[in-house]
Design a protein around this ligand. Structure first.
Ligand SMILES: [Zn+2]
Ligand SMILES: [Zn+2]
Length: 227
């Protein structure tokens, strides 16, 4: 559904997948594996566009619930795949992502039995401050070394990946067992609230609006008080 004018979310892919609709299509995150048909159907049936209109697929980080369909989507669209340089080797299958806790290591092993993720060599390795598809890349490490947020000035949307989420009532960080460095993630939250943004769209959960940046600022201050 269209959640913000010009920004759609594909339901049911387990990990929020956003499509920015302009002359070309930009996809932000792709959900868990085996959902590429849902994303393609959305593009053809709802948007009445062609898969080849996908110009860019940006991944907020290299976890399987975000990268699961990037191989298939790239194959049918020939889109450029972009990820921060610090997560690029995980996507390319050259390194395994760091595992923060043994529980997480176990979950990853179990998921590996169900999901074979094909590695993808990224076309674009992002750095902090880069512009891509009209959005600014903000490096927000912690959850993974190469986690990013993307700020779209035209819609005033901040895409935050797994840095933050909103469940309809409260703002939270990603679960600690999935986060490599929680202290660094907290510093990254402080980094994004240096900007004003109206809407926060995250990797899991619901859109936070309006005045998203002031709500996130309040959350960041509550973290400082706990520290
Ligand atoms: Zn994640
Ligand atoms: Zn996630």
């Amino acid at each position: 559904m269209e959640i913000v004018p010009g920004i759609h979310q594909v339901d049911g892919v387990n990990g929020n997948c956003y499509i920015i609709v302009k002359d070309t299509l930009t996809i932000i995150d792709t959900g868990l594996p085996h959902n590429s048909a849902k994303i393609v159907n959305y593009i053809t049936e709802i948007l009445k566009r062609k898969p080849s209109d996908i110009k860019t697929i940006v991944l907020t980080h290299a976890h399987i619930d975000h990268t699961g369909n990037v191989y298939d989507l790239k194959k049918i669209s020939n889109a450029d795949v972009a990820i921060h340089e610090a997560d690029a080797d995980y996507l390319a299958g050259k390194k395994h992502p760091p595992l923060p806790k043994s529980l997480f290591a176990m979950i990853v092993k179990i998921m590996g039995l169900f999901f074979k993720v094909r590695s993808v060599e990224p076309d674009i390795q992002l750095k902090n401050g880069d512009t891509l598809a009209g959005m600014t890349c903000i490096h927000t490490p912690g959850h993974t070394p190469g986690s990013i947020c993307l700020f779209d000035p035209s819609s005033q949307v901040m895409f935050v990946g797994d840095l933050l989420r909103f469940d309809g009532e409260k703002i939270e960080g990603a679960p600690q067992q999935f986060t490599v460095d929680a202290a660094e993630a907290q510093r990254s939250i402080k980094k994004i609230v240096a900007r004003d943004f109206a809407i926060m769209l995250s990797g899991h959960g619901l859109p936070l609006k309006p005045d998203a940046s002031s709500k996130v600022r309040e959350y960041a201050e509550s973290l400082s008080e706990q520290a």
